[in-house]
Design a protein around this ligand. Structure first.
Ligand code: GUN
Ligand code: ZN
Length: 430
């Protein structure tokens, strides 16, 4: 059987580099009457509709005009078992974990519940235009199995790992150093590199891992240097103080992870808000990636991420929802709150940089920019179709918009799942 080309027609936007200013036209390609040519789940070409139509006259055509097509969104920090924790009231980080989050995560010892919730979790990602995410599963191996199995069914490029946690959590949510090593090892063997899956070694954070467990994480990282590593860093002042008590020899919070050899360019450090000068030096030296989680940082009252300060040191920041500390699955709403956080710091996030960040920018942080995050030839055809007129209020605002940047900013500030017209995963419409 010969494969059939698909030609998606609409306005196209893709980034070649991070836009350095609000009118840096050298950083992106935009086609008013554009198209994306797809074959076998991959992008063959992106460009003018007329040209591509001539190149593949027999392609199956889908007309998405007047909507805007770009690479699917990438969420670099999210918690699969916190899908039903969003909007849990009245607490900051440690109380929120103990009161709402840990009890909820205990339910994920049940493989049937995990399988059922995985369907619902991926439905939410897709509804919000997210085609790749890096997720924390629960401590239970079954939760990671269900997470990867559902990704495989949907042919999605997903990163994830079971959390390693052996103290300061309820009985039903603790593993041991040995079982966390064995389960992580088995999951790496079963899933890392299988189809579109990647494994992330996931010590939850310093507070819930003993030094013995950190040694196991160190062993996993040295045995699997191609795996991602993800954890939390300096989100909240009480968390930082408790970490200092638990690791009295550490020079600071980051030193806990540094001393166990966990820092490299595969490391994603959720939050990274309250950092000292030494920690920032080490982030820059090791190429580790802080992950800005604005809706979570505001919701839990954690603090204001210093995006410009870290970037000035050459650090590549990622951006993410952090559901369920985060309050929305939407990367558009994440940009909205992120914009406001940076305003409070006297910093800014112009719309071109914002849309670069949730597509190619996060792909660069993950080292996956040759596969996802752009509409380049050879990229996987994970695509989102956006409608800036999705609500009456957006349509009214768009009446007065004249430029691409204005349209993007309407999507950045007012957009959510209603603005997601269509999603393609590896070329297949969802
Ligand atoms: N630190 C350790 N675990 C978590 C979590 O689940 N959410 C957030 N926001 N911070 C954490
Ligand atoms: Zn988190």
């Amino acid at each position: 059987m010969t494969s059939q080309h698909t030609l998606l027609r609409g306005r196209t936007l893709t980034f070649m580099s991070e836009p350095q200013s609000p009118d840096d036209t050298s950083a992106y390609r935009y086609e008013e009457d554009g198209a994306i040519l797809i074959l076998d789940g991959q992008i063959v070409a992106t460009g003018e509709y007329e040209t591509l139509q001539t190149q593949a006259p027999d392609a199956m055509q889908v007309d998405h005009r007047p909507h805007l097509m770009m690479a699917g969104f990438i969420d670099t920090h999210i918690h699969f078992p916190q899908t039903q924790v969003i909007a849990s009231w009245g607490a900051q980080l440690l109380d929120w974990l103990n009161t709402y989050t840990f009890p909820e995560e205990t339910r994920y010892h049940d493989p049937e519940l995990c399988a059922d919730m995985a369907v619902k979790f991926y439905d939410q990602l897709i509804a919000h235009g997210t085609t790749t995410a890096s997720a924390y599963c629960s401590v239970h191996r079954a939760s990671a199995e269900a997470y990867f199995r559902e990704a495989e069914k949907r042919n999605m490029r997903m990163i994830g790992g079971k959390v390693m946690m052996d103290r300061n959590a309820p009985d039903l949510l603790r593993d041991t150093p040995q079982s966390s090593y064995d389960d992580s090892k088995a999951l790496v063997a079963d899933w890392d590199g299988k189809g579109r899956a990647h494994y992330a070694i996931t010590p939850r954070f310093a507070i819930t891992s003993t030094p013995a467990q950190m040694e196991m994480a160190e062993a996993l990282v040295s045995e699997h240097p191609d795996c991602y590593v993800q954890t939390h860093l300096s989100e909240n002042h009480d968390e930082i103080a408790f970490t200092a008590e638990l690791y009295p020899a550490a020079r600071d919070y980051l030193d806990v992870y540094e001393s166990y050899g966990l820092l490299n360019d595969k490391m994603l450090l959720g939050h990274a808000i309250h950092l000292n000068a030494r920690e920032i030096d080490v982030l820059a030296e090791t190429g580790s990636h802080p992950v800005f989680c604005p809706t979570s940082n505001l919701f839990l009252g954690s603090g204001l991420f210093d995006d410009a300060g870290l970037r000035a040191r050459g650090i590549v920041n990622a951006i993410a929802t952090d559901v369920g500390g985060g309050t929305s699955f939407s990367m558009l709403q994440t940009l909205n709150e992120g914009y406001k956080v940076l305003q409070l710091r006297g910093q800014t996030m112009h719309p071109l940089r914002a849309f670069h960040w949730i597509t190619r920018g996060n792909a660069v942080a993950l080292g996956l920019e040759d596969k996802i995050g752009t509409l380049d030839t050879g990229s996987e055809a994970d695509i989102v179709v956006l409608n800036a007129l999705a609500t009456d209020a957006m349509a009214l605002r768009m009446d007065r918009a004249r430029t691409l940047s204005e349209e993007l900013f309407v999507l950045q500030i007012m957009g959510d799942d209603r603005a997601i017209q269509q999603v393609y995963v590896a070329g297949a419409p969802i």
